[in-house]
Design a protein around this ligand. Structure first.
Ligand code: AHR
Length: 530
């Protein structure tokens, strides 16, 4: 639990004056301007470990939208872009490095118009369908076999988003049978004829998407009835193993929606989803991916932080109906959403990804780690070329984004045991938004090591974070001079992690965080063994 003891940066600066970079151990290529740094005391409560951080909270989402799947992941085996069985080699390699724990597909809004039967069999014979949600034609060349193979190739669990909006439950159940039956049913044999003998495993099945909107325009009570009906008829073959059925839930702070779903259908579901997108403006004027102001930055960070209190609110409702904590809360769409640039030809919902995205991504992962009792899966929107993407492509070129690097740096937290972190927080104030300067997360990794992640969200000032104990910190830092610093196809390494290390002096271990930075370190502290 973070203790939010806000004090103005001014008084904090008066208390401790030092130079941001003095004594910091990160590489010379990350060179933000020196600035006075506030000081923050941090302590890690090793005596009270929390529930395991499920690796799946570092999951991703890929939809048939813009160039998210076609071009971004799939170019087909005949493409001149180097590929393995149709999947781009560059994207495959980048994703393998991240160890993506779970991948949600094929939507989004697209899921509720998708018929899986269109996407199996010889590709040349598959029907071409209009993508009613996002425009264009879908030739169905990326279908079930292609998705399941892809998930297997990158070592990810499959999270199928089922069509509850316009498909009968029988057909949804048959999808699972086609994929995972080891029998000789007609569907299982069809899978074999389509090139896959061994059954795959489907770990998660979503029941519809945003049923309150593009998934059917239902109210929560009507949606609950649908969930009861569909969950009844989804009976996966025993060879599939456990299948987690996820009811499409509300968004943001819609606690009443969660309340109605839990009251009317809670017994029938294994998890309820929640969607949360962040903008500095509103739905009609979301804000810009590049060239934004410090006030936009502050609002974006502040709104990303709101998810913390929303998760607390939804957890309260879930605790009322499910005190045993059986039902998970899955934030299966989240991220920054900016206004598109009409002149950009990179496809629907394509946006650049900057240091601001890195800061909010790291903050959001910290929030998930604090809610590990309920939040057992999350999926950033989206994987490639869409919204807050990990990867951007342009023809044969590919670039990884600052958000990708945050996910990479945070890998030690997958499957880790979190510890409560107490931070005395200065705040920064820009354009009317008052934002805590530092956010963090501490955990014992599956590797047995103690890990600490820290974010300095202040775009203008460095901060010093002090741990009382003696020891050392070794890891990486992501930072840049400009708020909207980003990687381009011509300059793919403008924002990449740099080595970072600190050793304690007489005052304990002090980590200097430059303005707008994310640091993940392994701590070696006196008295911090397990
Ligand atoms: O991620 C883009 C869209 O945002 C999804 O299709 C939908 O579920 C949400 O509104």
């Amino acid at each position: 639990m973070l203790s939010k003891i806000g004090r103005s940066l001014k008084s904090a600066v008066a208390a401790v004056i030092c130079t941001a970079m003095a004594g910091s151990g990160f590489a010379a290529s990350a060179k933000p301007a020196p600035a006075p740094a506030a000081e923050v005391a941090v302590s890690i409560d090793l005596a009270h470990p929390g529930p395991r951080i499920e690796p799946a909270v570092h999951g991703q989402f890929a939809e048939h939208l813009g160039r998210g799947v076609y071009d971004g992941i799939w170019v087909g085996p005949d493409s001149s872009i180097p590929n393995t069985k149709g999947y781009r080699n560059d994207v495959l390699a980048a994703l393998k490095k991240l160890h993506v724990p779970v991948l949600r597909w094929p939507g989004g809004c697209f899921a509720d118009e998708y018929d899986w039967r269109d996407g199996i069999g010889p590709r040349a014979q598959r029907p071409k369908r209009l993508n009613a949600s996002w425009g264009g034609l879908d030739d169905n060349s990326f279908g079930t076999n292609e998705f399941m193979d892809f998930a297997e190739l990158i070592g990810s669990e499959a999270y199928l988003s089922g069509n509850m909006g316009s498909m009968e439950p029988r057909a949804m159940n048959q999808w699972i049978e086609y994929i995972s039956s080891g029998s000789h049913s007609t569907l299982a044999d069809q899978r074999r004829a389509n090139g896959r003998d061994k059954p795959w495993h489907v770990r998660y099945l979503g029941m519809g998407n945003e049923t309150w909107g593009c998934g059917g325009n239902l109210d929560a009570a009507a949606s609950a009835v649908m969930h009861r009906r569909y969950q009844t008829f989804i009976r996966p073959p025993s060879e599939n193993g456990p299948l987690t059925k996820v009811a499409s839930g509300g968004s943001g702070d819609e606690y009443q929606y969660t309340e109605t779903l839990m009251k009317d259908a809670g017994k029938f579901v294994d998890a309820i989803s929640l969607h949360y997108y962040t903008f500095s403006g509103d739905w009609s004027n979301k804000g810009r991916a590049l060239g934004f102001s410090p006030a936009d930055w502050a609002r974006q960070v502040s709104r990303a932080r709101n998810l913390d209190q929303y998760l607390t609110g939804h957890t309260k409702v879930l605790d009322k109906y499910d005190p045993e904590k059986r039902v998970g809360l899955y934030v299966d769409e989240w991220g920054n959403w900016y206004d598109g640039d009409p002149a950009d030809s990179h496809g629907a919902l394509y946006q650049q990804n900057t240091m601001l995205d890195a800061v909010t991504a790291a903050t959001t992962l910290n929030i998930f780690h604090r809610h590990s009792d309920r939040v057992r899966l999350a999926a950033i929107a989206q994987m490639v070329n869409v919204l807050q993407a990990m990867i951007l492509t342009d023809g044969p070129r590919m670039v990884t984004t600052p958000t990708y690097h945050v996910f990479d740096m945070y890998q030690p937290f997958m499957g880790a045991t979190p510890y409560p972190l107490t931070l005395q927080l200065p705040t920064f104030e820009i354009g009317g938004a008052t934002v805590p300067t530092v956010d963090g997360s501490a955990a014992r990794g599956a590797d047995g090591k103690l890990w600490l992640a820290l974010v300095n969200a202040d775009p203008e000032h460095a901060v010093r974070v002090r741990l009382a104990d003696k020891g050392s910190a070794v890891g990486r830092i992501l930072t840049a001079n400009r708020m909207d610093a980003h990687n381009t196809f011509d300059q793919p390494n403008a924002v990449v992690p740099q080595p970072y290390s600190q050793r304690s002096g007489k005052d304990g271990l002090v980590l200097t965080l430059p303005a707008k930075s994310v640091v993940v370190v392994q701590l070696d502290m006196a008295g911090a063994a397990h």
